[in-house]
Design a protein around this ligand. Structure first.
Ligand code: AMP
Length: 198
């Protein structure tokens, strides 16, 4: 029998260490473009499209997530619209999980659960199909960036309302000054790089 000794990420209730080393984190950060004052004055928009355009960068972030969750049983990856769809789809494929899309209001065609939430810039509503998650399914929530945590917490509520269990929340970027990881303190939060400020 093969002697595997997987890291124990299960059952922890704290933020886990990023699985990328400092050089990799710096390289990934350099691939993320910052747009000042978008979509509103005062917001530093961290644009991951430039990271996705880079073959090494895209592969490295997906590999980092996959390495981290390789030994964690997951039934569904719940991907948040819209940039979460990109990483969520690739992670679900690699981990052999189903993919659930959490979408902005009015986009999904069947019966939905909905949850309003505050955003760094405004308020919004997120929805998932009522049929998307079965009771006790183990769900990993994925988005590109964690700011105040409002979007992710709303998605957590939707998943839990449908009876799913949250095994973790994974993001490429963390903006620690906005406190999202603290609001998600009851869950395992994985982020790969962070930026100071908002
Ligand atoms: P929050 O709910 O405050 O954690 O905001 C996270 C969501 O808003 C994610 O879907 C992000 O894509 C988006 N977002 C919030 N702030 C930024 C930012 N400064 N740069 C890029 N995306 C952001």
């Amino acid at each position: 029998m093969t002697d595997i000794n997987p890291p124990n990420y299960l059952g922890t209730k704290s933020r886990v260490d990023s699985p990328t080393d400092a050089d990799t984190q710096n390289h990934l950060k350099q691939l993320i473009r910052t747009i000042p004052d978008f979509p509103k004055p005062g917001i530093q928009f961290r644009d991951i499209t430039t990271l996705l355009e880079d073959a090494w960068g895209f592969k490295r972030v997906i590999d980092a997530f996959v390495e981290h969750y390789r030994y964690t049983p997951i039934d569904k990856v719940v991907a948040i619209e819209a940039r979460g769809f990109v990483t969520g789809g690739a992670i679900a494929h690699q981990l052999n999980c189903g993919l659930v899309v959490a979408r902005k209001a009015g986009k999904l065609p069947h019966e939905v659960e909905k949850q309003e939430y505050d955003l760094e810039y405004g308020t919004d509503c997120i929805e998932i199909h009522k049929t998307a998650i079965q009771p006790d399914e183990r769900c990993l929530i994925v988005d590109d960036l964690l700011a105040t945590g409002g979007t992710c917490l709303a998605t957590v509520k939707l998943v839990e309302r449908l009876g799913g269990n949250i095994i973790g929340c994974a993001f490429i970027v963390d903006l620690p000054d906005l406190g999202g990881a603290k609001r998600l303190a009851d869950y395992d939060v994985l982020t790969l790089v962070d930026f100071e400020g908002d």
